[in-house]
Design a binder for this molecule. Structure first.
Ligand SMILES: Cc1cc2nc3c(=O)[nH]c(=O)nc-3n(C[C@H](O)[C@H](O)[C@H](O)COP(=O)(O)O)c2cc1C
Length: 146
């Protein structure tokens, strides 16, 4: 099985989660920053996992641009999953989070979700991740291929 984990990251927290996810998935796995991925060129992959920091309740701009530039059927026939990083503060809930929106874009493009959108918590805007989040990301990733 060939897997591509795509991420964006301003302060390296989402990058760390993406790498933990990549390490937890068996087989041939690549972990790449979204700037190094072309949405029109994904046919080689069986599983696509996309993650972003939550910015104003949405995926970061680079991840939104990735989806905006994707052909209509970019993810057809692929297994897909979405994650984000987000603050623990309760008040940010009203904006929503990136992962459900990423999942929606992946499904719109023909992908089949193989797990629930997941959010991993940072203690502040620049991080760090809350203790245990990398382990939780590994468990979530293992669930995608079970
Ligand atoms: C411009 C900006 C807007 C943000 N908006 C939200 C938000 O709406 N909800 C939230 O949970 N976190 C928000 N955050 C905090 C991010 O979730 C946090 O910076 C991110 O998880 C860190 O990941 P990174 O190190 O990969 O950039 C925001 C951060 C920035 C810089």
């Amino acid at each position: 099985m060939k897997t591509l984990v795509i991420y964006d990251s301003l302060y390296a927290n989402t990058k760390a989660v993406a790498q933990a996810i990549g390490n937890a998935i068996p087989g041939d796995v690549e972990v790449r920053h979204v700037s190094r991925v072309e949405a029109a060129n994904l046919q080689a992959y069986d599983l696509l996992v996309v993650g972003a920091p939550t910015h104003g309740g949405r995926p970061s701009e680079a991840v939104q641009a990735f989806f905006d530039q994707a052909p209509p059927d970019a993810f057809a026939g692929m297994k897909v999953a979405a994650f984000d990083t987000r603050l623990t503060a309760k008040w940010v809930r009203i904006f929503g989070y990136a992962a459900p929106r990423i999942a929606g874009r992946l499904e719109q493009g023909g992908g089949t979700l193989v797990g629930p959108p997941a959010g991993f918590f940072v203690k502040g805007r620049k991080g760090p991740l809350k203790p245990g989040e990398l382990e939780r990301a590994s468990v979530w990733a293992q669930g995608l291929v079970r």
